[in-house]
Design a protein around this ligand. Structure first.
Ligand SMILES: Nc1ncnc2c1ncn2[C@@H]1O[C@H](COP(=O)(O)OP(=O)(O)O)[C@@H](O)[C@H]1O
Ligand SMILES: O=C(O)C1=C[C@@H](OP(=O)(O)O)[C@@H](O)[C@H](O)C1
Ligand SMILES: [Mg+2]
Length: 173
């Protein structure tokens, strides 16, 4: 079984994909974790050392490789909005689940994490980050086969909702 999770930073892609992979007893491939393992750099260190453009190239290659694997692929927030990745994902037959969060939810969750773990948050600040979120939203919506509202829900509730919607989606396709 295959599944792709997309959504903005802090929407919960990595967390939910991990929980879902346990529930469904399938593998989980997180693009950022794969990039960290393969490059030997943490994401902020990679941005600092090589810049965003080179990160996007690495991310693109990692996405190509991950789409060959079975299991759940959790993307980074910027992955699907890069043109080459968007084209890959739009053509790919795997169901794509968009974790849709409000501005308030992502800011609340990101501020609980270490701000330094997300270089774009550090660079743009809260106002710039929310502008980026609004600019990306149409791309997430275009790619989504299933949209899950992730506000004010526990990971377990979100996982159950994905499983239900996925069953429905598979019946219809
Ligand atoms: N449903 C949820 N409710 C509360 N906190 C959450 C939820 N999902 C994720 N989080 C927390 O939000 C932060 C960002 O989650 P993460 O999975 O890293 O998001 P993403 O991969 O989309 O950037 C983490 O601290 C995580 O524990
Ligand atoms: O939105 C983005 O451009 C990014 C999101 C991050 O992943 P998460 O969405 O998992 O935080 C990570 O790939 C990198 O910091 C860039
Ligand atoms: Mg993540």
């Amino acid at each position: 079984m295959k599944l792709i999770l997309i959504g903005f930073m802090g929407s919960g892609k990595s967390t939910i994909a991990d929980a879902l992979s346990h529930k469904l007893a399938i593998e989980h491939h997180d693009l950022d974790q794969l990039i960290e393992k393969q490059s030997g750099f943490k994401i902020p260190a990679y941005f600092e050392q090589f810049g965003e453009a080179q990160f996007r190239e690495f991310e693109h290659q990692t996405l190509i490789d991950a789409l060959e694997l079975d299991g759940i692929v959790s993307t980074g927030g910027g992955t699907p909005v890069q043109d080459a990745n968007f084209d890959l994902l739009v053509q790919h037959p795997t169901p794509t689940v968009f974790l849709n969060a409000t501005d308030e939810t992502v800011l609340k969750r990101l501020l609980k994490d270490d701000v330094e773990s997300r270089p774009l948050f550090q660079e743009l600040g809260a106002t710039g980050l929310i502008e980026l979120k609004h600019a990306r939203q149409p791309k997430y919506e275009q790619l989504a086969d299933i949209i899950i509202d992730v506000n004010d829900k526990t990971p377990a509730q979100i996982v159950d909702e994905i499983v239900n919607q996925l069953n429905q989606y598979q019946l219809e396709h």
